[in-house]
Design a protein around this ligand. Structure first.
Ligand code: ADP
Length: 422
């Protein structure tokens, strides 16, 4: 056994290796002619590496590919800093490794590390390309092997995604159960608290003391706000589309929008925000659950007020539309002149508890500027849309607290909800 340097590695190479290069290449590239196999054998060399030797390094531009003759190597990919490496497969006798990066001229997509003493037949990129250009059958063979490999990797990735999806689904159900238990546990003492405060509030002797009146009003306001948050938590659990049973009745949508706006006029006046309505006269009525639609509208308008600075404008627009598959529907959009939203958050804000920015910055008022909240409003909007077979999304050019580009939230609903929700 001698030791020599090859491709900048220190390797062990046997002068009397018992391998028959031709039969090994035949195993790796089934279908090549004898002449092609001989040419390939002449252009390649046998090397033996110790265990834990890196044959290919993920991310590096390297010039060699290998056919494993004896021993085994592990092919793994760095998933993330947190999750570390993911083993893609174990390569053994007759397996090609490192050929994909040579064909694509890109850095290695995975690391290949020997597990045992590993004898490989290795070939340089240049020699490999010369052979490929001379032999169409070899090129086709390599393409076929590479496609098989890509398909195999796809299968692994799909399986991974399916498993992760199952785990996420399970976690989401746990989250929902937690919200439900927490909301129920909070509601009972809160009702007791509100009852006692109301009793206290009725004592006339307390009303003559301005300091106590102010404290009482603070307690009532706080308890009301807490009640609202607890109700929002319960709404989220109810609106989870898997359990929701829609009670659809004819809903005069334009009227419902006007009523919701009226509910929030006081809050918008306090912030000097103009609420304007632009409803197309042919906006149709829909069959839907009016309570749910009203809740969705409410959260969209509250958010528009909350994320718009004082003196801004919120515009509601409703119009008839034709949805996918020619289904007639309506669209309500809420446009504000607020802080806007970066594209990376456009999907995620509809997830339960997702909030943009620093979640520790909260103010007590539900419509105070950038007041924050529990992060459940848009999850309710999406739940309502899905339960009715509709959809919701946001459009905004980005977050900017100097120029205030604003955002538009859309809610599209079919005139008749489908028999089973999407
Ligand atoms: P929250 O209770 O935090 O308002 P939501 O689910 O209603 O929860 O909204 C989630 C996040 O989406 C908010 O924290 C906010 O960052 C962002 N958001 C919602 N509406 C708007 C809007 N009109 N303009 C800018 N950002 C918005």
């Amino acid at each position: 056994m001698i030791v020599r340097s090859c491709h900048s590695y220190t390797i062990k190479m046997s002068e009397t290796l018992p391998f028959d290069k031709i039969s090994l290449l035949h195993l790796a590239f089934n279908g090549l002619t004898d002449k092609e196999l001989q040419e390939m054998a002449a252009a390649s060399q046998l090397c033996t590496y110790p265990p834990e030797h890196i044959l290919c390094r993920e991310g590096a531009y390297e010039d060699v590919f290998y056919v494993i003759a004896e021993g085994s190597a592990v092919i793994c990919k760095n998933v993330s800093e947190q999750d570390g490496e993911r083993v893609l497969r174990i390569a053994g006798k007759g397996d090609l490794v490192g050929e994909m990066a040579l064909i694509q001229n890109v850095p290695r997509s995975a690391t290949v590390r020997t597990l045992t003493d590993c004898t490989v037949l290795e070939m340089d990129k240049k020699d490999f390309e010369t052979l490929l250009s001379r032999s169409p059958s070899m090129a086709i063979n390599i393409i076929r092997t590479t496609l098989d490999r890509i398909r195999e990797n796809d299968q692994i990735a799909i399986q991974d995604l399916q498993n992760t999806n199952k785990v996420l689904h399970h976690l989401d159900r746990n989250k929902l159960e937690f919200i439900q238990v927490a909301a129920h546990e909070l509601r009972t003492p809160l009702t007791v608290l509100k009852g006692y405060v109301n009793v206290l509030n009725s004592f006339s002797e307390l009303k003559t003391n301005p300091a106590i009146t102010e404290v009482m009003s603070g307690i009532i306001k706080g308890a009301d706000r807490m009640h609202e948050v607890v109700n929002t938590m319960l709404d989220v659990t109810r609106i989870d589309s898997e359990t929701l049973k829609l009670r659809a009745t004819p809903v005069p949508l334009k009227r419902l929008v006007v009523d919701t706006v009226h509910e929030l006029i006081k809050a918008s006046l306090e912030r000097n925000i103009e609420l304007s309505l632009e409803q197309d006269s042919d906006t149709p009525n829909i069959n839907a659950d009016p309570t749910l639609i009203q809740k969705a509208m409410y959260h969209l308008i509250v958010n528009a007020i909350k994320y718009t600075p004082d003196g801004g404008r919120v515009t509601l627009h409703s119009r008839p539309i034709t949805m996918d598959k020619n289904i007639p529907g309506v669209e309500v959009s809420v446009t504000d002149t607020g802080i806007g939203l970066d594209a990376e958050h456009h999907e995620l804000i509809f997830e339960k508890f997702y909030q943009v920015g620093d979640v520790t910055i909260h103010s007590s008022g539900k419509t105070s500027y950038k007041g924050g909240g529990p992060g459940l409003g848009l999850a309710i909007v999406r739940g309502v849309a899905r339960a009715h077979g509709g959809k919701t999304w946001v459009e905004s050019t980005g977050h900017d607290e100097v120029n205030f580009p604003g955002s538009t939230f859309y809610l599209q609903l079919p005139i008749d909800p489908p028999a089973s929700p999407t």
